[in-house]
Design a protein around this ligand. Sequence first.
Ligand code: BG6
Ligand code: MG
Length: 223
Amino acid sequence: QMQGAVFDLDGVITDTAKYHFAAWSKLAKENLDIELPASFETELKGVSRIDSLKKILEYGNKLDQFSDDDIQELAAKKNGYYLEAIDGLSKDDILPGITELIAQLKAHNVKMSLASASKNAPAILKKLGLFDEFDAIADPAKVAHGKPAPDIFLAGAAAVDLKPSECVGVEDAVAGVQAIKDAGMVAVAVGDAQELAKADKVVPTTADFSYDLFEQTFEKANA
Ligand code: BG6
Ligand code: MG
């Protein structure tokens, strides 16, 4: 039986992916003279702040033009744009099905932890009124490697005293699903089935999430 659920935040619990991308697009355009194609949104999902910026600079063939200090400064600027955009976030911004899912997991004594790459995750959970629902939040600043490396999901399971093999990981990002699988966890993903084909189960929307879906996916993967 599934003992734990280790969640990504952005794009799974709330739809902040669009705000991240809007903030990066603004930074790229106004500060870097790089026009990001819409297709870049998928590539940046789950990727840490600094790694995202490096990908953008690489895309614009400008990575070698910026020092580490420049990169820190640009990343901070992007975060400023992002924080402005999410200022009004509230419980109305919890994605469909998530509140019900949390209640079901609790009713079945499934431990819940967060494995977000975002340093803004605790603040966002508070805005959504979900901070107290989680048993633990893994700190992305304390792991050596960001997604697609498994570190943050391993930390998420350890934070609730579980083995990865006892947990289901929940993601919307290609990098995140890779991280879950390399952590040795069962992966449930939301989004495009082709893009996220490495997951054990992909559903089109978070409204499709339920304890039963997670548990059945877990049992099937372990059969
Ligand atoms: C992930 C997002 O959850 O967090 C990425 O999907 C983002 O887009 C990453 O870059 C880091 O977030 P933050 O809030 O620390 O800049
Ligand atoms: Mg995500």
